[in-house]
Design a protein around this ligand. Structure first.
Ligand code: SF4
Ligand code: SF4
Length: 248
């Protein structure tokens, strides 16, 4: 019985003598020696990520570049009006509701302990804002949901650590990360009123559902907050569908 050979063509005598295959491989290596290197010697060298890079989160503070509706949000959530340098977070938990892994957030607001005649009586401040980034998939949905543009992604990508605890960021750490990031990129690029900021959105089409949702159904903070918010989303979805079928 004859055996049919399959596979690569056998080398010729000349190819064997002059190591032709070996030389072909080596020529590819030599070509790459003269090309621009794309690997870096991290952590001694760091790269600057692209503008839309979704790195470690930051919490922005009030810096005078807030959108026009910022004060209205603060009022609606009964938060003490923040001063310059204080957090923009109004503890609305929209970021948590939008997150596919909501348990990574711990957000709490506390009522101020002030006398009845004090102007801040019955108002709240953000007490806890923790994020466990070991559970985060860096999808960016939280940043899109935030009504005050407080939570943002930064260009920080080095989260390596020996402990899981160090991946849990509190509000002070997140504020510092955002401050440093904005200082690196330039404050004007984060001005809500500038067109530049619209161009930076992960998904450029403005989400029109969010303001509508708030106007029609202000969510009530409480233990069933997430469920209530989900119901609200469903109601708004239904309204939008009804409107589209009416217009058709
Ligand atoms: S980036 Fe995605 S997974 Fe991470 S906190 Fe935001 S919504 Fe959640
Ligand atoms: S959505 Fe924005 S304002 Fe609301 S809790 Fe999250 S970070 Fe704070």
């Amino acid at each position: 019985m004859s055996v049919k050979k399959v596979g690569a063509k056998p080398q010729t005598l000349i190819e064997k003598i002059f190591f032709i295959d070996f030389m072909k491989g080596l020529s590819t290596t030599i070509k790459h020696l003269f090309k621009r290197t794309i690997t870096v010697d991290f952590p001694y060298e760091v790269v600057t990520p692209s503008i839309r890079f979704r790195g470690v989160h930051g919490l922005r503070n009030v810096d005078g570049t807030e959108a026009d509706d910022f004060e209205a949000w603060v009022k609606k959530l009964k938060i003490k009006p923040p001063e310059m340098g204080e957090t923009r977070c109004i503890a609305c938990k929209f970021c948590q509701a939008a997150c596919p892994v909501p348990e990574l957030f711990t957000i709490k607001a506390e009522k101020l302990d002030v006398p009845e005649d004090h102007p801040h009586h019955k108002l709240k401040v953000l007490a806890v804002f923790d994020m466990d980034l070991s559970k985060c998939m860096f999808c960016g949905l939280c940043t899109q949901a935030c009504p005050t543009d407080c939570i943002i992604h930064t260009d920080v990508y080095d989260l390596s650590s020996y402990t899981r605890r160090s991946w849990v960021m509190d509000k002070d750490m997140l504020s510092q990360i955002a401050d440093d990031f904005i200082a690196r990129r330039g404050k004007e690029k984060f001005d809500e009123k500038s067109k530049w900021r619209q161009d930076q959105k992960l998904w450029p089409e403005y989400d029109e559902t969010r303001p509508k949702l708030w106007d029609f159904h202000p969510p009530k903070l409480g233990p069933n907050y997430i469920d209530e918010l989900q119901n609200t989303f469903n109601q708004v979805d239904q309204q939008v569908k009804n409107q589209s079928s009416d217009n058709a």
